[in-house]
Write a protein that binds this ligand. Sequence first.
Ligand code: SF4
Length: 399
Amino acid sequence: MRHLYVHVPFCQRRCSYCDFSIAVRKRIPAREYVDAVLGELALVLDGSPGWANPGAMPRGSSSAALPSGAQFSDSAVGLETLYLGGGTPSLLPPDALGTLLTSLRDAFHVTPSRDDVEVTLEANPEDVKPESAAAWRHAGVNRVSLGAQSFDDGVLKWMHRSHDATRIGDAVRALRAAGFDNISLDLIFALPAELRRDWARDLDLACSLLPAHLSLYGLTVEERTPLARWISRGATAAQDDDRYAEEYLLAHSRLAACGYHFYEVSNAERDGHRSRHNSAYWSGRPYLGLGPAAHSFDGRMRRWNLAAWETYRRAVAAGLPAVEAEEILTEEQWEMERLYLALRSDAGLPRSACPPDRLTAWRAEGWVEVGGERVVCTPEGWLRLDALIHDLTSAGRAG
Ligand code: SF4
């Protein structure tokens, strides 16, 4: 298992657009959380029947903490990436984060001196202080993904974010001073028109901080969020497709001018700083997820954990599996997955997988480019990724 994801579910409040599985807490139950995650890992290390067969784990058969010295067998050694996502992992007190990372490193045979394992922490700007940044670096974190979202205070307030725009620059500077050179910023685009958000200005301000990586997400309206309620009562309107496309394409041109390269539909890097963890997902590699709502994939089967923090915690404390459900992909689902994974990144699709008539039509429209034997989406192609996949699969069925 070379890629490990750990979900930290806690947030101080819910953002207006967010439907993630989170637990809003004023006080973070750090010790209970670390015990629960290490308890779940102990079940995995035990070769827990519950992991492969939910419901079969006998009660009380695992402790709620990683047994001293428990490790993956040597054949499983080779962790390449560890990603702490959420929720808001930066809310974990540094000592709890240190305990968690030390135990995980021990379990995966990663010596503290190894810096070739990409260890990412998602952080909110308001949590980044000189002391916290130094403690994260000391604990072994070497990449920070910062939830900036916008540099417009009015927009941040509308989003229910807890930071203002000046905190973003302060956070980047504190991280750099602590030794982080691999910093990513998240931004959200395609906001409702009445916010009058200046997307070009936000992109320029993000570039001026010289992050190694940028992730750009179009706003989507999810059910049961404050945003969905505002829309249903007519207080705001969802973004229209034309504006979505306009802002997406503007991001491509603006970021290219600043030296960034989009290597995936939503992600751009400079100087080769791709997210190695997310790239593993996009190339279909196996990964293990720990924590509430975390997903795992063993190359054939997907599993996902109980989503609610308390339900998850109680299950692990009782030695019960944290797995809520699993699915094995059918050959048809696999094929669809492979097409998506190939076309969403700059790895592209083998030319042989694309019928010649489709390839000719797509090139004429400017939706793909052909480099050697690979077919790679242009920004215009990424805007209509679903339609391209549909076109390919219907061509397959017709053939
Ligand atoms: S901080 Fe992130 S996970 Fe938490 S509510 Fe906001 S968007 Fe959702």
